[in-house]
Design a protein around this ligand. Structure first.
Ligand SMILES: C[S@@+](CC[C@H](N)C(=O)[O-])C[C@H]1O[C@@H](n2cnc3c(N)ncnc32)[C@H](O)[C@@H]1O
Length: 355
């Protein structure tokens, strides 16, 4: 299900090594024990309430430690999201101004720029209330892409109707009211976010989704614009990182191989109303038996309402490599099928492969 329009080749599998990143950190000579100490402190703050988590952005060493760990481990989430978009949407995104709201060290600006091969003249803007984060983002972006257009701002207060407004783990900090204000001010063509995949936060993000749908169509992950039937819907990426990053991950006891997230993409509604049907998407892995895989999927019914149903995919229809792929599949995949029969409220399905 890889989208081969993305630039994964240039960086091998989509991993960034600490060696590549280190020269571009604000403090590039921190020792490993020091980085570990700060990451542990920062991760403790992330598990506290939102109003207590913001002081890590005020210190050069903490920002460098944040960038050492969270930047390389979060970047693959952008690959996950872009890989799920149709080629027509990727083409449409490519030359638009990109605004990274709550950019931190530029995590997703860098991932987006690398993966989409964004040309140097395209406007890329990192917005963050913390100046040290912006200094870090500038050093990283100018380090990897010297001479390319990249600017930073503490606030973004103008409209950018052609643009893409992206939030990366920042709605979680600024809250949905402020995020909604930013969307109204900037009035972008696309709104995208990659946010924490927690059940508590899903409540907020679901509210923002329904506000947004007054003027935007959903592109990913929902099948259509109707109400969300879930109390908690999130995507899960299974990945691996550069050995140096994996080592850090072990030292701080934070698993970054399984990455839950809420990743969404919206596009401004066209003047002529269109019915959106993006097709079914997996929202939860339920079970593997000797004979089948079971997933919960979100799909539209005949009234164009989004509904959660459980599907059963019998293994006898899968090749060995398909079965292996299902064992390691991410959650949040688009999946096409025909219903063969209904067994105890589960849909037994036959997969429809795309060419
Ligand atoms: C968890 S970090 C995420 C950084 C980066 N996007 C990433 O995913 O690695 C959240 C960032 O949002 C910024 N932030 C919080 N509230 C903000 C606001 N109201 N406006 C702009 N940035 C904000 C913080 O300073 C911090 O850098």
């Amino acid at each position: 299900m890889e989208n081969n329009q993305l630039n994964t080749r240039a960086f091998g599998p989509f991993v960034l090594s600490l060696e590549e990143l280190r020269p571009h950190l604000l403090i590039s000579n921190m020792t490993e024990p020091e980085i570990v100490k700060y990451i542990k402190e920062i991760s403790m703050k992330f598990t506290k309430k939102r109003d207590q988590i913001t002081d890590y952005v005020l210190d050069h060493r903490q920002v460098s430690a944040y960038a050492s760990f969270y930047l390389p481990t979060n970047m693959p989430k952008m690959h996950f999201l872009l890989s799920r978009l149709p080629g027509s949407v990727l083409d449409d995104l490519k030359n638009r101004p990109f605004i990274d709201m709550g950019a931190g060290p530029g995590t997703f600006s860098l991932a987006y720029k690398m993966l989409m091969k964004i040309p140097g003249h395209v406007e890329m803007t990192a917005v963050d209330s913390a100046q040290i984060m912006l200094d870090q983002a500038t050093k990283i972006m100018n380090g990897f892409f010297p001479g390319d257009k990249f600017q930073t701002m503490r606030k973004y207060q103008t409209a950018q109707p052609n643009g893409i407004l992206f939030f990366g783990h920042s709605i979680n900090e600024m809250g949905i009211d402020r995020a909604q204000d930013q969307i109204m001010t900037i009035d972008p063509e696309y709104v995208m976010w990659i946010e924490p995949g927690t059940s508590e936060f899903f409540h907020d993000i679901k509210k923002l989704r329904s506000q947004l749908l007054e003027s935007y169509d959903v592109i990913y992950p929902c099948p259509g614009n109707a109400g969300c039937p879930s109390d908690w819907c999130h995507q899960v990426l299974r990945t691996s990182h550069d050995p140096g990053v994996e080592r850090l991950s072990q030292m701080v006891s934070l698993d970054r191989k399984i990455l839950p997230m809420v990743a969404h993409v919206y596009k401004r509604k066209k003047k002529t109303a269109t019915v959106v049907n993006n097709g079914p998407v997996t929202i939860r892995f339920m079970n593997e038996t000797k004979f089948s895989f079971e997933y919960e999927v979100c799909m539209q019914n005949e009234k164009n309402e989004n509904r959660n149903v459980v599907i059963e995919i019998q293994k006898k229809q899968l090749s060995k490599s398909e079965e292996k792929a299902f064992k390691n599949a991410d959650v949040g995949e688009k999946i096409s099928f025909e219903v063969e029969k209904i067994v105890q409220e589960k849909l037994r399905v036959k997969l429809v492969r795309e060419d």
